[in-house]
Design a protein around this ligand. Structure first.
Ligand code: ADP
Length: 353
């Protein structure tokens, strides 16, 4: 196991810069998820840790060893890809032991490691099968087995679950998390799926356009997003953003351009009268006869919850209720946010105030 230190790392393809100086500290045994929308640079960063891409600037250390110029096979890492890339003509056992065989060790040692990994992953009964005789989830497990047999210092996962259907994704996500709890190997995991990030990570790194927007524990990012980008990216359905400004004539309130008044938990210094954005998560909205009026646009029941799209003045918001409501399109109802759970962002910079 090892720490991974990423210092001021940059990447450019020709004259196009795609990673603009990234700093991340990964502790020994930590499960870190790099998350962000497509094209934000997360795979490029992972591939730089793996040694599959050159580093244009900065330093990467694995276990205190500077690896900028160390070839991938000498970095003591194992990578699991989205397309499992199994050898079709080899059995599960041969696939899992292949990298050890290339390295050339005693066959008994290879068998021991393959059997241990198969045991960990529940693949013991499948060792003699070929990849075409496996389900998608089993193939993904074999790909993980191939990484485990090498007993690396760091596991790198690049969107490993993207090719699986929704149900299997949820199951594999639990399996990978459980695997990490057992092996405690330092892990860097790339995904565009914020739910995967929230559910699996010890620490999430939110990336956007080649920069790190915020690093923190999943619930810290949910509770205290550093800016509007993180606030909108973490959490589902996304946080509602309402434009307006804070006014303090009489009592303090956030006032929309239509004159609707929303309660504020605090008045950030220097924010009064300036363009701002009010953040309110759909699940933190409650029905309140003394709240602001909103008009129902669409009602979407899921069984456990009801998602209501509604109009607040000219702006649209999503509200998530756990109780069974009989709301109809066009109907007016009144809402307020749960106290202590609202957010205010700078209207110009998007930074949390
Ligand atoms: P992500 O994994 O977050 O979807 P990537 O790391 O794959 O993003 O890509 C980051 C950016 O780098 C994108 O804008 C992509 O177009 C660009 N990029 C990736 N690989 C290359 C390449 N080989 N040549 C030029 N640009 C690339």
């Amino acid at each position: 196991m090892a720490t991974v230190d990423i210092r001021a790392v940059k990447k450019a393809y020709g004259s196009t810069a795609v990673i603009h100086g990234v700093d991340i500290d990964i502790q020994d045994g930590e499960f870190v998820v790099l998350v962000g929308p497509s094209g934000c640079g997360k795979s490029t960063l992972l591939r730089m840790i793996a040694g599959l891409e050159n580093i244009s600037g900065g330093e990467i250390r694995i276990g205190n060893r500077l690896v900028n110029d160390v070839p991938p096979k000498e970095r003591d890492i194992a990578m699991v890809f989205q397309n499992y890339a199994l050898y079709p003509h080899m059995t599960v056992g041969a696939n899992m032991g292949f990298s050890l065989k290339l390295r050339g060790g005693p066959q008994a040692e290879i068998d021991k490691r393959v059997n241990r990994a198969a045991d960990i992953l529940g693949l013991t009964q499948l060792l003699d099968r070929f990849p075409r005789q496996l389900s998608g989830g089993q193939r993904q497990r074999v790909a993980m087995g191939r990484a485990i047999v090498r007993d690396p210092q760091v596991f790198l996962f690049d969107e490993p679950l993207s090719n699986l259907d929704a149900k299997l994704r949820v199951q594999m996500r639990t399996e990978i998390k459980e695997l990490h709890q057992r092996l405690k190997t330092t892990t860097v995991y790339v995904t565009h799926d914020q739910i995967e990030a929230m559910t699996m990570a010890d620490k999430i790194v939110v990336m956007h356009d080649g920069v790190v927007e915020q690093i923190g524990a999943p619930l810290d990012l949910y509770d205290q997003p550093a800016n509007q980008f993180v606030a909108g990216f973490i959490g589902s359905p996304s946080m509602n953003f309402i434009k307006g400004k804070i006014e303090v004539n009489g009592s303090a309130a956030f006032v929309t351009p239509d004159g609707q008044r929303l309660p504020v938990d605090r008045v950030p210094e220097g924010s009064v009268g300036k363009p701002a954005v009010y953040g309110m998560r759909p699940e933190h909205i409650r029905i309140d006869p003394n709240g602001v009026p909103v008009e129902v646009i669409v009602v979407e029941p899921t069984g456990s919850e009801i998602l209501v799209m509604a109009r607040l003045g000219t702006q649209e918001i999503a509200c998530l209720f756990r109780e069974r409501l009989t709301l109809k399109p066009g109907e007016i109802f009144h809402i307020s946010p749960q106290p202590g759970l609202t957010h205010i962002f700078d209207g110009a910079t998007g930074q949390r105030l």
